[in-house]
Design a protein around this ligand. Structure first.
Ligand SMILES: Nc1ncnc2c1ncn2[C@@H]1O[C@H](COP(=O)(O)OP(=O)(O)OP(=O)(O)O)[C@@H](O)[C@H]1O
Length: 306
């Protein structure tokens, strides 16, 4: 479990993190989401002890990263896909990492198999595609069989097959009970990959919820088409729904779900030609949240300026 408490980070005049707090639980894939400059990399770097917070703290299973005796056995991270020397083979790169962290050579073969690079193990990393370098980064992160895996923008620039591979790999790591946190600035990439999202904007936590919760919360209305739209509108309004009739005679119903609308129509023998629940896309919700945070920050800075 990763716990971030009241984390604040200033780089000179820039407030990168503003009392950010959240928890990342094991067994689920958690997405750390926010627009460029929101503070995602800064947070990951602080969790990994690479940067010091101005105040607040980040712990992994109750310890700060620099107190962990054998870090590769507890936390695997990929911050940069170009971490391997281009002249080395994948095997050589991983063998060096393993040796310097007291990990047996047998793990090198095991992780190369796990990420699907066994057949190119002895090829130079310089000739690898972005997808292969990403796999190699993940192989390195898994060398110590860690309970916590952190990935910064792992799907950035990957093709569809690469994204599918990352998704299934992260799902199986979480299913093994590991804590998996990955950052992204694109909600569309996250929606199919993660179970839980932490949304940050301007260094603050804007949301911590499961993807299902967010979808449910922002479910908007149900579109209904019926040859007896007027009668149906009267019945649904009587049942407490808010009904808006569109220009083409279609009816948008809020406050009632599709099955209740269908039952009410059937009870009155009203034919239904279409019944479509409409939700705001996760992308809409995310853009709305982050743009509100940007407006709030701009207003706050204007009013606080002497
Ligand atoms: N070493 C640094 N020195 C000065 N400012 C920095 C430094 N690192 C980050 N920042 C600033 O802190 C803020 C947060 O940056 P950070 O890289 O953490 O955001 P991010 O969410 O990871 O963005 P991206 O998606 O673009 O990687 C930004 O305003 C950035 O310019």
């Amino acid at each position: 479990m990763i716990v971030v408490e009241e984390l604040t980070k200033r780089y000179g005049p820039t407030l990168a993190l503003d009392r950010l707090s959240f928890e990342v639980r094991p067994g689920v894939v958690t997405g750390f989401l926010g627009p460029n400059g929101a503070g995602k990399s800064t947070t990951l770097r602080i969790i990994l002890g690479l940067h010091h917070p101005t105040s607040g703290r980040a712990t992994i299973d109750n310890r700060r990263y620099d107190r962990i005796r054998r870090p590769m056995h507890e936390v695997g991270a990929v911050l940069d896909t170009d971490a391997a020397h281009p002249g080395r083979s994948a095997f050589h790169h991983l063998a060096c990492l393993a040796r310097s962290n007291g990990i047996g050579k047998a793990r090198v073969g095991a992780v190369l198999d796990q990420v699907g690079l066994a057949n190119v193990a002895h090829k130079r990393v310089g000739g690898f595609s972005l997808g292969m370098r990403q796999r190699l980064g993940i192989a390195g992160a898994l060398l110590g069989d860690p309970a916590v895996v952190l990935l910064d923008e792992p799907v950035n620039g990957l093709d569809a097959a690469g994204i599918r591979w990352i998704r299934s790999t992260l799902r199986s790591l979480a299913a093994e009970g590991r804590t998996v946190l990955l950052s992204s600035h694109l909600m569309s990439e996250m929606a199919l990959t993660v179970d839980h999202v932490l949304v940050v904007g301007q260094g603050r936590l804007l949301e911590s919820a499961s993807v299902a919760e967010i979808r449910e919360r922002f479910e908007r209305d149900v579109l209904v088409r019926s040859p007896r739209a007027d009668d149906l509108t009267r019945i649904l309004t009587g049942l407490g729904a808010t009904v808006t009739v569109g220009p083409g005679g279609e009816v948008a119903v809020a406050g009632m779900d599709a099955s209740a609308i269908g039952d009410a129509a059937a009870a009155a023998s009203i034919a239904i030609h279409e019944l479509t629940p409409r939700s705001a896309t996760l992308e809409d919700v995310y853009l709305d949240m982050t743009s509100k945070a940007a407006e709030y920050r701009a207003t706050k800075e204007r009013t606080e300026r002497p």
